[in-house]
Design a protein around this ligand. Structure first.
Ligand code: C2E
Ligand code: MG
Ligand code: MG
Length: 735
């Protein structure tokens, strides 16, 4: 109940008590005097009208509807009061007629209320309403008109029946469960209509029943005005019951027509019944077609137009039902995103983009198992549900999907290469709800995209959706836009045989405006997560080539080594970029070493192999960094055409701590390198004992704090100059 002011509550309470007295009087339990009975009969509807008017003024919602009703009931109550107080049996007072125009206001009130509460009413519901109104009116007239002796007085019950028909029709619109307040309002109007009917049947005499009902009806409205409106149910009720009501109406109308054949009925009742039947029949036919069309509608609602694949809604449904039907079973959700689709769309046009997507669908489908669901979520984003699959299964699927797009697509007379990044999450380990799984697979997909790996599993520790990381990513992007904040430090590499400087490794640093100098561990992961690796890679290459040229100009034959990220390595533009940089600096390719890591190689072996060939064709050296730390077989790695292996500092420090395994590994790796005829660089050389042992193992080069920590450009200059003066190494000058 809405906040009903205390004085109204008191007024309505009193009116209700008086209604009770009226009822007792009517039943003969108490005997009110004629005067008292008239005053009470006049007072109760006035109190009700006051309540409705107060509602219209005090509450803001549906003011128009309530204002109309307050006006209608108010005028009616005043007219009724005058009539009641002055009613002289046997004398008609036609002048009061205009006061009784309650029904049209009531009808307007109902329609406005309904529209306000339910702005979007389905056409079928309006048909229900029409059919219901016609049927109820037909039944009403069929029964009422024959009962009313004076057809002049029939106008009130006729309008009353029409109003009740409207109420019932509105119930039909509200799927027959309109909410408490509608029942009270409907009952109020029906009560008044019945009072009018009884009055008309009694040939315009206010029988006791009518008097009580003329009080009760308005009072119901007076109380009902303060009921809090309940939300109407959604009007998309399920199919079977939608068909029941039109059918019931149809039968009722049929009943009237049959009755009309047995006893004479007013023609208006027959006409209304026939009209109701027509509407109900049409309504039933419509509903039947809807039912028939339902599976097709459902299919369309779940299908992506362009590709014919399942769409986002369908995919969400599929994941939800899988989780529901097999709780606890491992299930993988993959997200797939085309790399550089936007560029392709922009350069070739949307039609070409659409063609590509449409061709992609079947290729991806062909790579899946029968039970898997492939969906296009929108744009160039695809998703796959693999019921029953674990991480290994998801990786297999991702690999097959990658293979599926290896072949170029024929778009017009162009053959277009696309590549996809995939991320996945496995239920229940990575998430238990539909939204968790999708969101996490998405995070993993962005990690794959950012890191340039083919596929990534969701990793909570790398989920960089935290505020800190987002902020850092924003700052890094701004730093890259502004330029000048990334710096390179250089760590010298020296020959284990004679101590000569044989190279420097460029290591990136970020001079953060507030946090100071950041090492790669502090920001590269964020860069990966936000897809900034490639931009960093370009910047680093540019600075490293410049440094290599400076070293050459200073008379040092020392290559600069650059760490490549996976994002760099899978970018086909990289060799061209490197060639252009070398060209611009007139630098010999052998003065640039490119370090790749085992993880990158394993992510996309064929692509990286091609890349290695391309880079070496430019004369660049290629080095395999972090050698031995991953899961790749050494034979496989050793078969790569590289110039250098870098033994990870974990092994070197292990050896240094006297761990036998450490020494064995370093020795094995060194031997492997020697067999292959490549340089073997040991990282993290911190002690002279490590140096000696490495030399004994057959490694060729040492890099580490024993020789020098990573140095800034000017520190490197000073360091090199000092060594040259001391003359403890022999420089090879470029011819
Ligand atoms: P990395 O390529 O294996 O580089 C060697 C790391 O070992 C460097 O750390 C270096 O400072 C550190 N180090 C060298 N000697 C010693 C030593 O004697 N003792 C110890 N404890 N550490 C030593 P840094 O500079 O923090 O770089 C870490 C990693 O970040 C690098 O490992 C590399 O994978 C990555 N990275 C650095 N710069 C770049 C870059 O420009 N691009 C890309 N993509 N990755 C980079
Ligand atoms: Mg390195
Ligand atoms: Mg390394």
């Amino acid at each position: 109940m809405a906040p009903l002011p205390w004085f109204l509550r008191a007024l309505l309470g009193l009116a209700t008590a008086l209604l009770g007295v009226q009822a007792l009087d009517a039943a003969g339990a108490v005997a009110l005097g004629d005067g008292a009975a008239r005053v009470i009969a006049a007072a109760v509807p006035l109190a009700a009208a006051a309540s409705i008017a107060a509602r219209a003024i005090r509450l803001r919602d549906c003011r128009l509807a309530w204002g109309l009703l307050a006006f209608g009931v108010g005028v009616w109550a005043v007219g009724y009061a005058v009539w009641t107080l002055h009613y002289d049996y046997g004398r008609e007072d036609e002048s009061l007629g205009p006061f009784y125009v309650l029904y049209p206001y009531a009808a307007a009130f109902l329609v406005f209320e309904l529209r306000a509460r339910h702005p979007r009413v389905r056409p079928a519901a309006w048909l229900d309403l029409t059919a219901a109104m016609l049927a109820v009116a037909a039944v009403g007239f069929g029964i009422i008109l024959p009962l009313v002796p004076d057809t002049g007085a029939a106008i009130f019950p006729i309008l009353g029946v029409a109003l009740v028909a409207l109420v019932i029709g509105l119930f039909a619109v509200a799927s027959w469960s309109p909410g408490r307040e509608w029942l009270i309002w409907g009952l109020g109007f029906a009560t008044i209509a019945v009072a009018d009917l009884v009055w008309a049947i009694a040939d315009r005499t206010p029988v006791a029943v009518s008097v009580v009902l003329w009080s009760a009806g308005p009072l119901l409205l007076g109380w009902g005005a303060w009921l809090t409106p309940t939300r109407m149910p959604e009007l998309e009720s399920e199919v079977p019951e939608r068909l029941v009501w039109p059918f019931a109406l149809f039968l009722a109308s049929l009943g009237i027509i049959v009755a009309g054949n047995i006893t004479p009925l007013p023609p208006v009742a027959i006409v209304l019944a026939v009209a109701s039947m027509i509407v109900a029949t049409y309504r039933t036919g419509r509903a039947y077609r809807e039912v028939r069309a339902l599976p097709e509608t459902r299919r369309l609602a779940h299908t992506d137009e362009l590709t014919g694949l399942v769409n986002r809604r369908g995919f969400l449904d599929a994941v939800a039902s899988e989780l529901q039907e097999h709780p606890g079973r491992s299930t993988a959700v993959l997200m797939l995103d085309l790399d550089r689709f936007k560029e392709l769309n922009d350069t070739l046009g949307h039609a070409a983009g659409d063609r590509l997507l449409a061709e992609l669908g079947p290729r991806l489908s062909a790579a899946l198992r029968p039970g898997d669901t492939l969906a296009r979520l929108g744009g160039d984003e695809f998703a796959i549900l693999c019921p029953g699959a674990g991480a290994a299964g998801a990786r297999r699927v991702a690999r097959r999907l990658h293979e599926a797009v290896e072949e170029p697509f024929a778009i017009g007379d162009l053959s277009v290469h696309v590549d996809v990044s995939a991320g996945f999450a496995v239920a229940p380990a990575d998430g238990r709800t539909v939204s968790e799984l999708l969101q996490r697979a998405d995070v993993a997909m962005y990690q794959a995209k950012g890191g340039g790996t083919a596929v990534e599993r969701y990793d909570a520790t790398r989920d960089w959706n935290s505020r800190d990381r987002l902020q850092l990513a924003g700052e890094l992007r701004a730093a890259l836009d502004a330029g000048g904040q990334l710096k390179l430090h250089y760590q010298p590499q020296t020959s284990l045989a004679d101590g000569r400087v044989v190279g420097v490794e460029a290591l990136v640093r970020w001079r953060h405006p507030r946090r100071g100098l950041l090492v790669p561990a502090a920001f590269l992961e964020v860069a990966e997560g936000s897809g900034l690796m490639r931009r960093i890679g370009r910047e680093v290459l540019r600075m490293a080539v410049a440094q290599a040229a400076r070293l050459r100009d200073g008379g040092y034959d020392v290559p600069v080594a650059v760490n490549l990220s996976t994002a760099d390595l899978v970018d086909r533009a990289l060799p061209t970029e490197v060639a252009q940089l070398l060209d611009a600096a007139r630098l010999d390719g052998r003065r640039l070493t490119l370090e790749i890591t085992e993880n990158t190689v394993m992510a996309q072996p064929e692509r990286v192999l091609r890349m290695i060939h391309d880079l070496r064709a430019l004369g660049c050296r290629v080095s395999l960094d972090d050698f031995g730390t991953g899961h790749a077989s050494l034979e496989h790695l050793a078969s790569l055409p590289v110039d250098e292996l870098k033994i990870d500092r974990a092994f070197v420090s292990g050896m240094d701590r006297g761990e036998p395994a450490g020494t064995a590994i370093v020795r094995a790796l060194s031997l492997l390198g020697r067999d292959l005829g490549v340089e073997v660089v040991a990282e993290g050389v911190e002690t002279s004992s490590a140096w000696a042992e490495l030399a004994a193992c057959g490694a060729t080069t040492a890099q580490g704090n024993l020789v020098a920590p990573p140095l800034s450009g000017s520190e490197l200059d000073a360091w090199l100059a000092e060594r040259r003066e001391v003359g403890d190494d022999v420089e090879e000058h470029v011819a």
